[in-house]
Design a binder for this molecule. Sequence first.
Ligand code: IPD
Length: 298
Amino acid sequence: TLKKLIDVRDLLIAVAKKAESMMMNAEADVLIKAQTKNNTSDLVTEYDEKIEHMVRDEVLAKFPDFKFWGEETHKLHKEVITDAPTFVVDPIDGTINFTHGNPNFCISLAFVLDKVPVVGVVYNPARGDLYFGMAGQGSYYTKHFDLPLQFQKTQQLPMRRAPMPQMPNCLLIVEWGNERQGANWACRTSTHNKLLTNASEGGAMCKTIRSNGSAALDFCYVAQGIMDAFWEGGVNSWDVAAGWCILKEAGGIVASCNPGDWEPKLQGHCYLAVRNAKEEEQKKVVKTIWENMQDQKF
Ligand code: IPD
């Protein structure tokens, strides 16, 4: 019910606020102490783990019947995403930035029904940016927030409502992920290359591509309207779940990277997101990216 979704949203916003001091008071030696997971680009810190445990405790105390799927504990508890009501959590998205003192990181908190994100909360405490959205209720942005949120001035997304340019003038955002070999890596590098260099109708494929190091924030920038489209091959569900809901509520679309799949569920590893625009223009961008992807099933 709507009332329950509102309770979930308010809880996730309160949890994001609680994580703020845990992130902002991190010791300066966080980079040296960070542990590598699969390779030196795949990091976990004690803060990722502590925050994930805090989030898990808080949400399961209020909603004990719901499932929990978090970046740092899913392997430990062998959770897989199912159709059941599930919290999908990345305690720190942009961990590499976090360890370097770079402010592009956030906590990403989603609530997912039937593998579709229906509540999304993304909070970057270093910049004070809070984004949140709920299915059918729109998505919003606010800066340097305090609780309770109803006294805070919020702005509905998208904040930038200029029409989306044609593909040769689009500003795309992609990510490098944390693999440096294998099929995903080959697909990523070849697709980035084609998106930057392929000539279309005498011009460049897109204006240029950017990379910020946090897929969750990338989705929010697309929702805001300050990036036109996002593509990442090999991304995980917890990186995109919250931003996905925020973006859709801002009039954006999320497609899978498998050509023809316009209505993906939260179970794949490659997504394409386009900002608020006319549907045919959004679809044109998706199709152009599909055409420029190395052939690979995700
Ligand atoms: C990573 C970031 C990065 C993306 C990777 C993710 P993490 O998440 O979102 O932008 O390229 O695929 O794993 O490890 O910082 O939580």
